[in-house]
Design a protein around this ligand. Structure first.
Ligand code: 6CS
Length: 341
């Protein structure tokens, strides 16, 4: 009898505590990266601000890479409403939303990260027609952020296009990425993020490209002798949600999402720079990786080969894609001008 009462009390306590602690909204936020990554830091800040802004009515649980699937699978979970928020990098999402591939074009963004931050948070081309393209695939674009400059890693120096001849460089899976590296003469090999380390180890790929923090946390540097900084593009990621889910939310929760997004965007702009710097220090300390910074002349040789890929983008992304590209080029130019004053 006492045992039964004890059990009932325990069950009641569980139910009671669950009821007391349960927020009105429980959301799942899935990442394409592991604990401690830029996406993890962004989602943690976003969740904190949501909690504050809504007095605890929204509770967000973060699911790091590996717990719910590959990037493409996370996007599918958003599309069918199984989870509420996720990161979707253009390098993977381009297979579903062809227009977003412009965010992987080489030498499109400014060399000034402040300009890119401003453009990514507010460009009309991105939050107008690009967001429409997301909407057509049952995705709502919440935000776009930079996670730091993309860096090539390889077992030989890559300082001129001829160095790419036949190089098996791993790319994310969007089809335009193949064109981008074929333009340099490489043999690009798309694969999931989780397979890159073993691909380098087994020699199925020779090289890969990612921001510094990722090269450190995924240990890619252990398998590569060189890190080459071409300054060809920042790694951009989008934050997405499900459009029907979003539309069904009350106005104050939607406002909280906008506030959380703005605060997390500002926070991550500073945080990713500090994290990338810190992780470069760790790589230098733990390995004898050789660091190469391309000079203007070297960059120019790659830029020349990269420019015609914009036409291939327009073929893949159609009239709307072409409009987004023209609008984005204009927004970057205008922001550079405004910031130079
Ligand atoms: O290379 C990739 O596939 C991944 N890289 C980063 C830095 N984040 C997510 C993405 O899936």
């Amino acid at each position: 009898m006492f045992r039964i009462l004890g059990l009932t009390a325990a069950l009641l306590a569980l139910v009671f505590s669950a009821t007391v602690s349960a927020a009105e909204y429980e959301w799942k936020f899935a990442l394409e990266e592991i604990d401690g990554s830029v996406q993890d830091r962004y989602a943690t800040k976003f969740a904190e601000v949501m909690k504050e802004e809504t007095d605890g009515r929204v509770n967000i649980t973060i699911y790091p890479y590996g717990s719910l699937g590959t990037s493409t699978q996370l996007t599918e979970l958003i599309q069918n409403g199984a989870i509420q928020m996720a990161f979707a990098s253009p390098g993977h999402l381009g297979s579903i939303v062809p227009e977003v591939q412009l965010l992987t074009l080489h030498f499109l963004f400014s060399d000034d990260s402040r300009v890119n931050k401003k453009v990514l948070s507010s460009s009309e081309a991105l939050y107008g027609p690009l967001a429409e393209a997301y909407r057509d695939k049952n995705l709502k674009l919440v935000s776009l952020i930079s996670e730091g400059w993309m860096v090539w890693t390889a077992n030989k120096p890559l300082t001129e296009p001829a160095d790419f001849d036949g190089l098996k460089i791993r790319t994310m899976v969007s089809p335009l990425l193949l064109k981008e590296y074929e333009a340099y003469g490489a043999n690009p090999t798309p694969m999931a993020y989780s397979e890159v380390y073993s691909g380098l180890q087994l020699g199925t790929i020779d090289a890969q490209v990612n921001p510094v923090f990722a090269i450190e946390e995924m240990s890619f540097y252990e398998q590569q002798k060189y890190m080459i900084f071409p300054g060809h593009l920042p790694f951009i990621a989008s934050v997405v949600t499900n459009p029907s889910f979003y539309e069904g939310l009350p106005a104050d929760i939607k406002e909280a999402i906008q506030a959380a997004r703005a605060e997390a965007d500002d926070y991550i702009f500073r945080e990713q720079q500090a994290l990338n710097d810190k992780r470069l220090g760790i790589i230098k300390e733990k390995s004898d990786t050789e660091i190469i910074q391309l000079n203007d002349e070297q960059r120019q040789a790659f830029r020349k080969l990269a420019m015609p890929v914009r036409e291939q983008y327009k073929e893949m992304a159609g009239e709307r894609g072409a409009r987004i590209l023209d609008g984005l080029v204009e927004d970057i130019r205008e922001t550079e001008k405004a910031m130079a004053q």
